[in-house]
Design a protein around this ligand. Structure first.
Ligand code: CP
Ligand code: NVA
Length: 314
């Protein structure tokens, strides 16, 4: 059974085929209006969301299926009355797909072990694969391809978005540079870097980690940043994190070194923190194309996983 838990588990071919399918769907959505007729997606949310929730739900509606928003805090699972095993075994008897947005990555791995239907990671503290598949679609649209491009990431790199970029970029032949404070708290996890370097060897891409933002940005094709206060970070850490991360803010001065780059942020974003308003609202920003592409890529992900599961419509 094919799941989407991290892009580490997906091949270059699976990644590129899914992006190509999303491009086709985007170009002619009416052709896919019955692609998931009578299919049901259960979306388990332990954290907040705008884009992931609304794009999956809209995607299902536009393809003839139905999505159920299931707030974990109002579930027996969230109340500690039921375990993951019984939850996903039960949902597998009703639905065709599970999407879950959770804190601990281990919990989605546990879901996969027990589910009888495909499981999609809608974000954990460790990975955000749907986001990065959509981002590759956005990059391809703006840059005409992926292989040989250089993406430079700035800020908190010990997070789901950076990890998923590190899994994906080398797999599709893109170079990646990560600029963050040189501490374990902000650098990518070691296992992710090891995987990225291995993938890069296969495709000839490069993977660089630095604490020098000016070196990282030179001539980049894509400048990417993400929240300094991810959903799982407690508010009390704001002042300390802002102080540590401010040298990695994406501002006009930094962007001057990459005049042809597109600026990306998966959103939600805070102006004045990970990037200035001038950058996110400026000519290089493609953040709303990025947000839109979540819809097209979710459709492609769902079609593909349902098809590969072989499950018949009830
Ligand atoms: N980028 C993203 O996943 O946004 P949401 O948290 O709003 O879903
Ligand atoms: N790193 C961010 C991504 C939000 C889509 C977070 O986990 O909150």
């Amino acid at each position: 059974m094919l799941h989407l838990v991290t892009l580490k588990d997906w091949s270059q071919e699976q990644i590129l085929d899914t992006i190509a399918l999303a491009q086709k769907i985007k170009a002619a959505p009416e052709k896919y209006q019955d692609a998931l007729h009578r299919r049901v997606l259960v979306m388990i949310f332990e954290k907040p969301s705008l884009r992931t929730r609304v794009s999956f739900e809209t995607g299902m509606a536009q393809m003839g299926g139905h999505a159920i928003f299931y707030d974990m805090s109002a579930s027996p699972l969230g109340a500690g009355k039921e375990n993951i095993h019984d939850t996903v075994k039960t949902v597998s008897r009703y639905a065709d797909l599970i999407m879950a947005r959770l804190f601990e990555h281990e919990k989605i791995e546990e879901m996969v072990r027990h589910a009888e239907i495909p499981v999609i990671n809608g974000l954990t503290n460790y990975a955000h694969p749907c986001q990065i598949l959509g981002d590759l679609l956005t990059i391809r649209e703006h840059k005409g391809g992926l292989r040989g491009l250089t993406l430079a990431y700035f800020g908190d790199a010990h997070n789901n978005v950076t990890h998923s970029l590190l899994f994906a970029c080398p797999r599709v032949g893109m170079n990646i540079r990560v600029a963050s404070p040189p501490t374990e708290e902000f650098m990518p996890a070691e296992d992710v870097l090891a995987d990225a370097r291995q993938a890069a060897e296969r495709t000839g891409a490069t993977v660089e980690v630095t604490s020098d933002p000016t070196a990282a940005v030179q001539g980049a094709d894509v400048v990417y940043t993400d929240s300094w206060m991810s959903y799982h970070i407690p508010k009390e850490q704001l002042d300390r994190r802002v102080k540590a991360l401010m040298p990695f803010q994406v501002n006009s001065e930094l962007m001057q070194h990459a005049p042809d780059a597109v600026f990306m942020n998966c959103l939600p974003a805070l102006r004045g923190y990970e990037q200035t308003a001038e950058v996110i609202d400026g000519r290089q920003s493609v953040v709303f194309d990025q947000a839109e592409n979540r819809l097209h890529i979710q459709k492609a992900i769902m079609i593909r996983l349902v098809q590969e599961s072989g499950r018949k419509t009830p």
